[in-house]
Ligand binder design. Structure first.
Ligand code: ZN
Length: 61
């Protein structure tokens, strides 16, 4: 009867209005990642969408 799945990610944080796109440190293009000023991240990687960059960037906030 008890559900096994307990890890649910909040898709829409309440303070989403303050979020700003994270810029690629190599080409300056906004990555498909948004963060609030108080955010902290480690060990998260995202691929840059710039066709001439396409590097995988570690998000460090
Ligand atoms: Zn880039």
């Amino acid at each position: 009867m008890s559900p096994c799945k307990t890890a649910t990610k909040p898709l829409r944080p309440a303070s989403g209005a303050d979020r700003a796109p994270v810029l690629c440190p190599l080409c300056g293009r906004p990555l498909p990642v948004w963060a609030i000023p108080e955010a902290s991240a480690r060990g998260i990687w995202v691929k840059c969408k710039n066709p001439s960059c396409r590097k995988e960037i570690e998000i460090k906030l």
